[in-house]
Design a protein around this ligand. Structure first.
Ligand code: C2E
Ligand code: CA
Ligand code: CA
Length: 629
């Protein structure tokens, strides 16, 4: 079914019945006009394209202004508003056209008013004053023609319908927006409720561990001093077990209230879990922090009434001072407060303990290593071992890697993986490095022509005038620079690639050999290393180890070797432990190998012996014929 043509209502207001008649005639389509329109439609079926859609005009006739006002009132009440009102100006004995227009406008702001006027009547401005706005107010001079009236009525009706459709769309949109805004408000409310729940401890209503950690890390990041206290109730388990969980829960709530009261707005209290609370305090000094914690302990230690049970409350506190600039780790602060709390519990209950470094085993260990290392050189506790690096085919020794050992009187033999990172954090690394270099160069003098490969940590490599320092060392030892290979890791060069590239270039210029150690474990792409002046890549042990088991490792080893060849670099495979690995590396085209399968690191005397022999003991024969790979 076709939708019905839209209807627009037209109100005609005139006191003269003859004028009404001429309106009627104007709007009645004549037979000729209809026939012509039909013919046009048949001949050119697109004529209608540019024309507005058909429209039915529905005329209402009234003879007095007051009647017109009443009709408009009714139309608004019934929701069947007029699109256009044609209003005569002079309509005795009632109100005139201007007054009619004024009243109609005040009832229906959307109606379009056409003032039908003679010469001597009001000026348009006078009408507009009372019946504006001008875009809904029009004039037709009397006497009018039929076309004039019909065109005006039709055009204004179309416009009125379009305005109404627009207004409806706007209203619908506004309603939708309201609805969406309501939904957004509801969502936000739910979200903040969820956040509140996620950050609250349900038993006490206090912030929970999550909230505490968040506030703690915010606080720790800001510069300035504060204290963190960890509070634990003494003998809580006993109370829980003997008086029941309800009493236990109530005791927790009571203690929480006491803490919140005492700490006040000058701090932050959270329940971390169980019978443990965390407190942040604004404290400038450790003394201040301890004093305030002692007050908290006293506040929790009185005789408490819990559900009618007299309970002697008691708590212990571990407190840590966080001072200095920002950038402190919250987990570290927590761990320290926890260590201090353990100390407090151990040294009797109801006490406060301030954290100090001696409570931290890992800090204690570092301290001891640092102190021990400081003496190590003077006390001759260091030794440098040498592990041969051999050619893949003939197994002839080309050089030795120097590996540091420390025989500590307190800890026994400690590997460099343990003590080098600690030395690296202090200037000790330079003393150790110098000792290694001097020792290696002295030993080197005994070997026929081999090089020694010495490890340098990133900090050593970045040392002021590193190149000059090395040059001086080799000169003093009377060794040619090409017999010293410098092993550095990717970390050392990629942190400041430009400066590293320059240092490497100058080292190469002076004749030193350069090896990139632990290759493949860092973040350098194979492509990136092009711009560094290198002699050799050392494939990390983990890949050699994985070669027989995982396809990835084998693939990485192959591509490193491939790349190295393209860049004309030697490749040393580290950590070769089996005959199979050696064979696989040979097949892959690896130029040099190093590892327990060939030799463990040995002392200087043994290395010198090997160097003079030219090969590793027990490797008299190459395992495969190098001529037939
Ligand atoms: P790195 O440079 O990767 O040294 C190779 C490590 O692998 C050495 O451990 C060596 O003993 C070990 N290794 C050699 N062949 C094999 C093998 O076939 N299998 C296995 N499982 N391991 C093998 P080490 O001597 O404990 O050295 C550890 C790290 O300490 C070195 O790693 C190096 O980064 C550092 N380091 C050692 N000496 C010095 C030094 O004088 N100065 C500096 N700055 N760092 C050093
Ligand atoms: Ca190394
Ligand atoms: Ca290595």
């Amino acid at each position: 079914m076709e939708p019905a043509d839209p209807i627009a209502r037209i109100l005609i207001v005139d006191d003269d019945p003859a004028v009404h008649e001429s309106y009627r005639m104007s709007f009645t389509p004549s037979a000729d006009k209809a026939a012509l329109a039909d013919l046009a439609a048949q001949l050119f079926d697109d004529v209608a394209a540019d024309e507005p859609p058909p429209l039915r005009l529905d005329l209402s006739h009234v003879h007095q202004g007051a009647e017109a006002v009443a009709a408009v009132e009714r139309s608004v009440r019934d929701g069947a508003q007029f699109a256009v009102a044609f209003i005569d100006v002079r309509m005795p004995p009632g109100i005139d056209g201007r007054e009619t227009a004024r009243r109609i406008r005040s009832i229906d702001p959307d109606i379009q008013i056409v003032i039908v006027t003679g010469y001597s009547d009001f000026s348009p401005a006078q009408v507009a004053q009372v019946a504006g706005p001008p875009d809904r107010l029009f004039y037709i001079a009397k006497p009018f023609t039929a076309d004039e009236v019909v065109q005006t009525a039709t055009a204004l009706s179309h416009r009125w319908l379009a305005d109404r459709a627009l207004a409806e769309t706007r209203a619908a949109l506004a309603a939708k927006i309201d609805e969406l805004e309501d939904q957004a408000r509801e969502l936000a409310a739910n979200e903040s409720k969820a956040i509140r729940l996620a950050n609250r401890d349900p038993l006490t209503g206090a912030p929970n561990r999550l909230a505490f950690l968040r506030i703690l890390s915010e606080q720790a990041r800001r510069p300035g001093n504060f204290a963190m206290a960890m509070i634990d109730l003494d003998r809580f388990k006993l109370i829980n077990d003997t008086l029941g969980h309800l009493v236990g829960d109530e005791l927790i709530r009571t203690i929480c209230t006491i803490l919140v009261d005492r700490v006040g707005t000058d701090g932050f209290v959270a329940r971390l879990g169980g019978d443990e609370f965390g407190v942040l305090l604004h404290a400038d000094t450790a003394d201040d922090a301890v004093m305030r914690c002692e007050r908290l302990v006293r506040a929790c230690s009185g005789d408490l009434q819990v559900f009618g049970h007299p309970i002697h409350g008691a708590a212990s506190i571990g407190v840590v001072m966080v001072s200095g600039e920002g950038g402190r780790e919250s987990v570290d602060v927590m761990r320290r407060a926890d260590l201090a709390l353990n100390e407090a519990k151990r040294s009797g209950r109801g006490v406060v303990r301030l954290f100090d470094d001696s409570m931290d085993e890992s800090i204690r260990f570092r301290r001891r290593i640092e102190e021990g290392l400081t003496q190590a050189i003077a006390n001759h506790e260091l030794a440098l071992l040498y592990q041969p690096i051999v050619a893949h085919d003939t197994l002839a020794i080309v050089g030795f890697e120097g590996l540091l050992r420390w025989n500590s009187p307190d800890h026994g033999a400690i590997g460099p993986a343990t003590f080098m990172p600690i030395a690296e954090e202090s200037n000790l690394i330079h003393d150790l490095g110098d000792w290694v270099l001097d020792t290696a160069l002295a030993c080197l003098a005994e070997w026929p022509g081999h090089y020694v490969s010495v490890n340098f940590s990133p900090r050593q490599f970045r040392r002021q005038n590193f190149v000059g320092h090395l040059v001086e060392k080799v000169q003093r030892a009377g060794v040619s620079p090409d017999r010293l290979q410098i092993e550095i890791t990717e970390t050392a060069i990629f942190d400041d690639a430009e400066r590293a590239a320059d240092t490497l270039y100058r080292l190469r210029q002076m004749g030193f050999r350069i090896a990139l150690d632990d290759f493949g474990t860092g973040y350098s792409s194979l492509y990136n290393i092009r711009k560094f002046a290198l002699d050799c890549l050392k494939i990390d042990r983990s890949f050699i180890d994985g070669m027989g088991r995982e396809r990835e490792s084998a693939a990485i080893v192959h591509s490193i070797i491939h790349l190295a060849r393209a860049l004309r670099l030697q490749v040393i495979a580290e950590g070769v432990e089996t005959e199979q690995q050696l064979q696989a590396l040979r097949l892959a085209g690896c130029s040099h190998v190093q590892g327990y399968y060939l030799s463990r690191p040995v002392d200087g005397a043994a290395a010198t012996e090997m160097a003079r022999d030219g090969k590793v003991p027990g490797a008299a024969q190459p395992a495969v014929d190098p001529a037939r790979p």
